[in-house]
Design a protein around this ligand. Structure first.
Ligand code: SAM
Length: 229
């Protein structure tokens, strides 16, 4: 295994805290991210551009729940997840035929996919876990067909007060252990990496045209739909 991949896996293991519990959390909260609004947006922006045998990519697929879901809805599609955390890869094994996993570090992905061969890409709460998403955006620009759609949903910058209001930890209680405070504030930085405009700016600079951008969860989360030019 390369040193870089090991570094990414270590960083993710720290961010996810407990791998198995995080797998379960991703399964339990899946329908909150891929809810009615998501499928309405899917029907508006993505279904009309899907080819007869579409290729759909899910970046940071986690346990692969979206791959199973999208494959059920579009049995003619090839649904491919990209992932590198070992506990996620384990949870995403035994996927049905038509679903595949590519093990790769999204910090600098070189996916075995032809240029202009992918219909749609989904990146659900993954970019904030990365040191930089530029190489991923460039790789998606290479793989997507012209007119292909890139859907991004992620945590974006919000004030500390708002972040703490959604945390179970009593940050200002003198009894709160120092290591719990450190963990909380490291996660605050990690969840506050980009603003919605930063994400749009990076998309516009990597060959995409942003069609829609919306703030969700009182401004703590963003949803963007972009088209490859
Ligand atoms: C918060 S989880 C979201 C899982 C899934 N997309 C969902 O919404 O249910 C983020 C996932 O992205 C993966 N991930 C983060 N950084 C990555 C990287 N550099 N390379 C590959 N996968 C990465 C993590 O291992 C994790 O499974």
């Amino acid at each position: 295994m390369s040193h870089k991949l090991q570094q990414t896996q270590d960083m993710l293991a720290k961010h996810h805290r407990d791998g198995e519990a995080f797998v379960q959390l991703m399964k339990d909260t899946y329908t909150g991210r891929f809810n009615e609004d998501f499928w309405a947006l899917w029907n508006t922006h993505i279904v009309p551009i899907l080819s007869e045998s579409p290729v759909i990519l899910d970046l940071g697929t986690g346990p692969g729940t979206f791959l199973r879901d999208v494959h059920e809805r579009h049995p003619e599609a090839r649904a491919i997840g990209v992932e590198c955390a070992e506990y996620m890869l384990e949870a995403a094994s035994n996927l049905p035929e038509g679903c595949d996993i590519i093990t790769a570090d999204l910090h600098d992905p070189h996916l075995a996919l032809a240029d202009n061969s992918v219909d749609a890409v989904v990146a659900s709460v993954v970019l904030h876990e990365m040191h930089q998403p530029v190489r991923t955006l460039q790789e998606m620009q290479r793989c997507l067909k012209p007119g292909g759609i890139f859907y991004i949903m992620d945590w974006v910058r919000a004030p500390l007060a708002q972040y703490l209001a959604n945390s179970e930890l009593a940050a200002f209680d003198r009894q709160t252990p120092e290591n719990a405070l450190e963990d909380l504030f490291i996660h605050f930085i990690e969840h506050n990496r980009f603003s919605i405009d930063d994400l749009a700016f990076m998309l516009e600079n990597t060959g995409f045209c942003v069609l829609e951008k919306t703030l969700l969860k009182e401004g703590r989360m963003a949803r963007l739909v972009a088209e490859k030019k």
